[in-house]
Design a protein around this ligand. Sequence first.
Ligand SMILES: C[S@@+](CC[C@H](N)C(=O)[O-])C[C@H]1O[C@@H](n2cnc3c(N)ncnc32)[C@H](O)[C@@H]1O
Length: 234
Amino acid sequence: MDTDPNGDPGHHWTDPANVRDFVARSDRRAAERRQQFDLLVKLIPHPQDHPLAVLDVGAGFGAAAAAVLAAFPRARATLLDISEEMQRIGHARLAPYQGRYAYHAGSFDGGTLPDALGGPYDVVVSALAIHHLDPEHKRSLYRTIAARLAAGGVFLQLDIVAAPNPDLQALYWEIDDREHHERGEQPWDRTKIRHTELQPLDDHLRWLREAGLQRLDCYWKRLDLVLIGGRKPG
Ligand SMILES: C[S@@+](CC[C@H](N)C(=O)[O-])C[C@H]1O[C@@H](n2cnc3c(N)ncnc32)[C@H](O)[C@@H]1O
């Protein structure tokens, strides 16, 4: 986990060293992440030839957006991120989708999206980014995202949540530490997690329901990592 308690939530990703560390860890998990994104893509209800308008919130180097662009040949993606280094790496990795994606250098701080992002979007995706926000800002970001979805559009988010109780949280983190060790990696420094950072799955589902989304569920879960989302009626 990766939070600077002294700065704006998520802004430690503007440090290139943190970005390189994340990208290396992400690459070592490429096979697992592939499966997660494969499922995310299958949850998009539109026909494959639909010219989807896609928004990736906290896109980083574009892993989620790339999965959608690969599966939907006429899709175009906007990638929102604050980190120049992530964008630099993203441009290299998204080269096969040249002309079908654009970065927007901006922030979802405060639970809002930049006005310039416009909409409506058929698909909004997000991976490992929104957990940085305080709970009230997560809730308002879900409302903002729902407002930017087209009728029938979907929001799909892969992210970490709090375990249902402290006993399970300890167990999940113990397993996570062990898995880092097995890969020869340093475990996350959890002393840096802000106490407001993670909320239980039920809170997320409630906020998504309040935002007006339907067909809501946790579609997949492993320990504290979940794939959640829903569809705007229409
Ligand atoms: C852990 S990385 C995940 C990147 C990518 N979604 C992935 O799964 O590979 C988190 C990303 O969220 C971005 N981010 C964090 N807070 C942000 C904010 N307030 N506004 C925009 N981007 C933010 C960071 O710059 C970083 O690229």
